[in-house]
Design a protein around this ligand. Structure first.
Ligand SMILES: C[S@@+](CC[C@H](N)C(=O)[O-])C[C@H]1O[C@@H](n2cnc3c(N)ncnc32)[C@H](O)[C@@H]1O
Length: 283
């Protein structure tokens, strides 16, 4: 159904008892959520806030950094349901969506309904395929909540940089360690918070074992790979710390969105943001 070019074949090794024990204590990073689980998350007030704010930030990027130009090239790695690619495709971009999950690609196809398939391609593979894509090709690469599931984050940033055109932009969204810990403290789980603060890992993540990052680590990695950071914005600065009855109240979404919009651009509140959206230029 999807282009399966140069697919990397992974030969599964038999697991030794020692490896099995290591996997129980320290499960391998892996995204495990289904399309249904992603849709449920995006229907929640916190999912809708993330989507609305990020869509607004991407629209602004298109307007201000790309001057509303048409025909620009986007690569979306780990597109999930495809709604962020859809936004730019509907503003005249050409897009490549790359995901190892056939189910996610099928969901992307549904999201992109109504857009001519002359304007996009779906690649069924994981982020390692990047190395086989043409260098210096894309104006913008999106990697939103992907780096959390990868063993080699530095390699991802390098491979993305090689695929970007000169002065091309990276749009990276990642979960912050400090905020993931604070979220658990507020919910009365200080031991879980401590465990996360140790190495950033979340072993019992709803969407699979993953890791979180500090701003310092991400910004240092970007710097080492030769990116210049242009913007850092917070996604969900207040929402996750509020009691559910407040988040779910019928009239609270609009109020919360207004608050979150203002908070997203306040540097002093960034450490509270559950996720950071960083835009960086290939320098
Ligand atoms: C948490 S979801 C994020 C989806 C979307 N970017 C968003 O922000 O809603 C992670 C996505 O990355 C994909 N993914 C997981 N491991 C990957 C890998 N190694 N290479 C590329 N994509 C991967 C998953 O299938 C899923 O679509």
């Amino acid at each position: 159904m999807f282009k399966k070019e140069r697919r990397v074949v992974v030969v599964k090794k038999r697991c030794s008892p020692v490896n099995e024990l290591v996997n129980i204590i320290m499960p391998k990073l892996k995204f495990k959520a289904s399309v249904t689980e992603m849709k449920v998350m995006y229907r929640s007030p916190w999912g809708q806030l993330r989507q609305k704010l990020l869509r607004e930030q991407l629209s602004e990027l298109h307007r201000q950094r790309f001057r509303n130009r048409r025909g620009l090239r986007l690569l979306d790695i780990g597109p999930g349901l495809g709604q962020y690619s859809s936004l730019l495709l509907r503003r005249g971009w050409q897009a490549t969506l790359l995901d190892p999950s056939e189910e996610m690609l099928a969901a992307c196809l549904a999201t992109l309904r109504g857009i001519s398939n002359k304007h996009y391609e779906l690649l069924h593979d994981d982020a390692r395929l990047l190395r086989q894509l043409a260098p210096a090709t894309y104006d913008l690469v999106m990697a939103h909540v992907l780096i959390e599931y990868l063993d080699e984050p530095m390699e991802l940033l390098k491979d993305i940089k090689d695929r970007l055109k000169k002065k091309g932009l990276l749009s990276l969204v990642y979960n912050q360690t400090s905020a993931a810990a604070l979220f658990r403290i507020i919910r009365g789980k200080p031991q879980q918070a401590e465990a996360i603060l140790k190495d950033g890992r979340i072993t019992n993540g709803k969407m699979g074992p993953c890791r979180t990052f500090s701003r310092k680590d991400i910004n240092e990695m970007l710097d080492k790979q030769g990116y210049t950071i242009l913007e850092e914005k917070g996604l969900r600065v207040y929402c996750d710390y509020l009691p559910n009855r407040l988040k779910m109240a019928p009239d609270s979404f609009r109020k919360l969105l207004r608050l979150e919009r203002r908070a997203s651009i306040k540097g002093e509140l960034l450490p509270l943001a559950r996720m950071i959206h960083v835009v960086a230029r290939k320098s």
